[in-house]
Design a protein around this ligand. Structure first.
Ligand SMILES: *Cc1c(COP(=O)(O)O)cnc(C)c1O
Length: 528
């Protein structure tokens, strides 16, 4: 990339050196770098002017009353400034280069990228919910508390558990909450266990959480069918094992059929069972984790209960707790008394509600109110039959993908029976030195965000596809057609795939360089 250019437009940025557009199209190179409605957009640092803002501020007074006692800025801050209209255009142009669930199927395995119903949005925007503030007097937010309590009730009901911590703000945050409950329960009985067991196929957040909560982690091997090896697990249990963390359905897209036997064995050895509930959409309304002996499980509202992911909104990861762990759950939480009033239980009234062993707090306030309203809307608009159908359709759609591609691609666990919510393939049958990465880049040219790649680690060159329950047969068929086209090229060893994507706003990026030497500012030494 050349040096920053205040005029902004740098059509040469697009040229790949051979006179062709960066996107591989062979039309004329334009002066702007734009290609019709595909608009080129430089970095903020390249278009921003350091000395302008969109706001007309009065000049600061220079007399002593206005000085900051040594903290005054002696030089300009050096951040780019844009006028309001320019800023809006910058981000709108960038957003058009992005892929989104509202544009097309988003097959990311484990992420459950499904449609966010607009009814949820409508309810979340009602002023009584949207405008509440966490520091308002409790008496002015009884309705909001009622919503939180109602959602808590349904989460407990759907999981067959005893209590729920609503405040964690994502799945991984919920894992930490669950592990801190387990640690508090062990400490309360004076039992300093040190080890947490995680299956080989565990989501990376599981061992990371255990380590963050102060535990050593050890792997439990998978059996040849991709499930936890029960005999190996039993052999490892002992007085040093605090907990096992198991994802069910697991990240190979399989239901852990031995879950009850696993829980019984862990409990008999004095440990606790953490279940990673990120894949709950495959079993909601069908199986209650409480009946399988689970002690703590997070629920990603932004997965199972359809609240937006990432840029569309913050995550939310309530943690349901068993009777053994509920007394240690964090503050605050809601409790409905016999008179029908919903109370907010915090440090000052915890004793009144018989909750004096809380391990602490996960967050300053009560959690993601906007996500609670959306998730409750989703639950109530589906009803019991609708939620069970969510699980059925999630599983049906994933099996449709599995059976539509397994003649072409190696599906390591295909022969052992139906999958749950996601279909797993390997690169075993690729030709010409092509890799999973090449197929993923080829899918971009077909107009799809790639599936999850190289995860789970138990399968070579893994490709994990989760269509979710909200895709129609028509959109699944379109995706399968695109996937088959790229997969056939990968099997045939089509060398051209190594250069894909051809049609994206940028060609294949050097991902190592981008991670190791990110260019973060116009004067960054990495910008050469
Ligand atoms: C998504 C996911 C997580 C982490 O959840 P976040 O909300 O992204 O923090 C953990 N485990 C599994 C299996 C997941 O799919």
């Amino acid at each position: 990339m050349s040096a920053p250019n205040k005029s902004g437009w740098k059509p040469e940025m697009n040229a790949s050196g051979d006179g062709m557009h960066a996107n591989g199209s062979d039309g004329p190179v334009t002066a702007t770098g734009n290609r019709a409605l595909m608009l080129e957009e430089p970095l903020l640092f390249e278009i921003g002017h350091m000395d302008e803002t969109g706001v007309d501020l009065p000049d600061p007074r220079s007399d002593a009353s206005n000085r900051l006692g040594g903290f005054d800025r002696s030089e300009p801050i050096g951040l780019p400034a844009l006028k309001e209209g320019e800023a809006v255009r910058h981000y709108t142009r960038l957003s058009r280069q992005n892929y989104a669930i509202d544009l097309g199927l988003f097959p990311l395995g484990s992420c459950t990228m499904k449609h966010n119903p607009r009814l949820n949005e409508k309810v979340a925007r009602m002023p009584g919910f949207a405008d509440v503030h966490p520091l308002q007097p409790v008496d002015t937010v009884r309705g909001a508390l009622e919503v939180v309590n109602e959602l808590a009730h349904w989460l407990i009901e759907l999981t067959g558990m005893h209590g729920v911590a609503m405040s964690p703000k994502a799945g991984a945050h919920g894992e930490l909450c669950g592990m801190l409950c387990i640690r508090a329960a062990l400490e309360a009985r004076g039992d300093a266990r040190k080890v947490v067991l995680c299956p080989e196929s565990a989501h990376g957040t599981n061992p990371a959480t255990a380590a963050f909560a102060g535990y050593q982690t050890e792997d439990i091997p998978a059996d040849k069918d991709g499930r936890v090896d029960l005999a190996a697990l039993k052999a490892r249990l002992g007085p040093d094992v605090a907990a096992v963390m198991i994802t069910n359905p697991n990240t190979c897209g399989l239901f852990e059929r031995d879950m009850k036997a696993i829980s019984d064995a862990v409990h008999a050895a004095g440990g606790y069972v953490y279940c990673d509930g990120a894949n709950f959409n495959a079993i909601v309304g069908k199986v209650r984790p409480g009946d399988l002996g689970v002690d703590a499980m997070h629920i990603n509202l932004h997965k199972t209960f359809s609240t937006p992911h990432g840029g569309g909104g913050p995550g939310s990861g309530p943690v349901v707790l068993s009777e053994a762990l509920a007394p240690f759950g964090p503050l605050p939480f809601t409790a409905k008394t016999k008179d029908g009033v919903v109370h907010l239980v915090e440090e000052e009234n915890a004793a009144e509600f018989d909750h004096t062993q809380a391990f602490g707090r996960m967050t300053a306030f009560h959690g993601q109110m906007g996500m609670f309203t959306r998730a409750l809307t989703y639950i109530l608009s589906h009803g019991a039959d609708g939620l069970a159908q969510v699980a059925e359709d999630a599983v049906l759609n994933a099996n449709y993908i599995l059976r539509s591609l397994e003649d072409l691609l190696d599906a390591p666990f295909g022969p052992s029976g139906p999958c749950m919510h996601e279909a797993l393939f390997s690169d075993a049958e690729f030709g010409g030195g092509l890799s999973t990465l090449d197929l993923a880049k080829g899918l971009i040219d077909e107009g799809y965000h790639p599936m999850t790649v190289y995860f789970p680690l138990v399968v070579h060159g893994a490709m994990l596809v989760e269509p979710t329950e909200t895709e129609s047969k028509h959109s699944l068929d379109q995706f399968i057609t695109a996937f088959r086209n790229v997969a056939e090229r990968a099997k045939a060893g089509d060398d051209a795939l190594k250069q894909a994507p051809y049609y994206a706003p940028r060609r294949r990026l050097d991902e190592t360089q981008a991670a190791r030497k990110p260019v973060l500012a116009w004067n960054d030494p990495n910008l050469s």
